[in-house]
Design a protein around this ligand. Structure first.
Ligand SMILES: N[C@@H](CCC(=O)N[C@@H](CS)C(=O)NCC(=O)O)C(=O)O
Length: 99
């Protein structure tokens, strides 16, 4: 299997300084496993609450404008790439960790 490229940063800078990466999550939802995995991988990201009941972000943004399906989790990389499937995000975190 080809190695995962932790685009766009080098592995080191991604793990330590990619605070532009955003994790959209909802408390008590299945985004929790992703949240834990990214923390365990030592990845730096900004968590943004996207409650599944309201689909409104803290700044009032309609979450459907971020993810038309309205689902969490969603991981946005610093280059704007959006990963929208929990298992894919978990795998991304593990690969970036080297696991
Ligand atoms: N295929 C997605 C599904 C994620 C999903 O079902 N998320 C639920 C919470 S556990 C959700 O965001 N529901 C909000 C809604 O249905 O509007 C994945 O596996 O990550």
């Amino acid at each position: 299997m080809p190695a995962t490229v932790c685009h766009p940063s080098t592995l080191h800078s991604l793990l330590k300084t990619d605070t532009l990466m955003k994790l959209y999550y909802s408390p008590g939802a299945c985004s929790l496993s992703v949240h834990i995995t990214l923390h365990e991988a030592g990845m730096s990201f900004t968590p943004i609450a996207a409650p599944t009941k309201t689909h409104k972000l803290p700044d009032g943004t309609d979450y459907y404008s971020i993810n038309p399906l309205g689902y969490v989790p969603l991981l946005e990389l610093s280059d704007g790439t959006r990963l929208t499937e929990g298992p894919a995000i978990v795998q991304y975190g593990r690969r970036c960790r080297g696991g």
